[in-house]
Ligand binder design. Sequence first.
Ligand SMILES: Cc1cc2nc3c(=O)[nH]c(=O)nc-3n(C[C@H](O)[C@H](O)[C@H](O)COP(=O)(O)OP(=O)(O)OC[C@H]3O[C@@H](n4cnc5c(N)ncnc54)[C@H](O)[C@@H]3O)c2cc1C
Length: 410
Amino acid sequence: MHSRIDRGGRLVVVGANIAGLRAVEAARQTGFDGPVTLIGAEPHLPYNRPPLSKGFLRADTGGEAQYFRGEESLRSELAVDLRLGAPATALCPDTRTIRVGDEELPYSAAVIATGARARTLPGASRLRGVHTLRTLDDARRIRAALVPGARLVVVGAGFVGAEVAFTAKESGVDVTVLEAAPTPLVRAVGSEMGAVLGGLLGRRGIALRCGAAVEELQGTDRIESVRLADGTTLPTDLVVVGIGADPATDWLAGSGLELDDGVVCDRHLRTSAPGVYAAGDVARWFNPVLDRTVRLEHWTTAAEQGALAARNAVEPTTDTVCSTVPYFWSDWGEHRIQFVGDPRADEVSVVLGDAGSDSFLALYRRGERVIGALGVDQRRAVMRLRTAIARRATWAEARADLVDSARARD
Ligand SMILES: Cc1cc2nc3c(=O)[nH]c(=O)nc-3n(C[C@H](O)[C@H](O)[C@H](O)COP(=O)(O)OP(=O)(O)OC[C@H]3O[C@@H](n4cnc5c(N)ncnc54)[C@H](O)[C@@H]3O)c2cc1C
């Protein structure tokens, strides 16, 4: 078969989670039969990250990590040269090599899928009992500490923080969530709906304090309390810091690749270096659906981009544009929260259910167009809206479509 890569040329994928895995799978699906190397900093096979802040944290029912494929399947079925527990430390576009340990691995094409790393607070590393949550090993440590009766302070009311709070509460832990902004989840769903979702935390008995800036983590070698800027001190046994993540690009310093809060890519996920693509949480690219450059931290986008980047990298006839309506979900106990599109709206309107209840759908309008939707336990409607946003439906069309689909179900 013909490939964009010369015969015998190697595809190297850096980052062995969902974007990296989908990249190697897609390369093989195109018929690419050259050598493929997958490099992962963590010692684990690619595993499903979203459960780590949800059911996995339950000591009683959490179960084991969800691996997407066994080692044998990766090495034999996909013929992947698997390098786990070994981070790439440099990429050189001139020699087309990637450094792992002492080795300079040559590549004909490469996909960067190194994701993101959790941000933390000053002083966190010197105190036991202060955690961030990104990896399986982080989740195992937090799970062991979530014992009934323990006191937990979650710093940051983003989705990961809210999920940890819900799960910890279900485990009998006393939970307080601190948010520096006036409302939770502003960046993800806007302030109006952020406040509504904050109500869901409150109804579950989780104390949410907004406008609460952390001044200091206090303790000698273990966390004992959190001091806020207003002087309040909250005694605690455990802190989970959920204040976002930064793209894992430190290893690319000196590579000459254009970096700007992520690896900068064009619409085809090509980076500024020939033959090098990027995908997933680490990639910043121009998304035509939104008419702007974004870096998303959503599982579905990472999976889609990994596959697309690899196909574009190895297939001579493929040059697909990455155009996708952002989508993420979050599970708060038994509630499924879903958001599609863009939260930067002129108007947000609840069109199904009631914002004060545990199930509703809100539409986001900019100009004449529907640009986003937030659903709590509204799976079918949210997916219809993802399609409507992709075809640039007007506000009126989207609302009429929802009425029609509701009638069709009656
Ligand atoms: C706790 C948690 C819960 C989440 N829940 C949801 C959810 O409910 N819904 C949703 O849509 N999204 C969710 N997400 C986000 C989702 O998991 C990410 O968008 C997705 O994992 C991104 O995949 P990725 O492959 O791009 O990056 P990552 O998953 O970050 O994987 C990148 C991999 O690359 C490795 N790496 C880093 N540097 C190097 C290097 N130099 N060399 C080699 N390897 C390297 C990392 O160790 C990592 O294993 C959640 C994230 C977290 C942390």
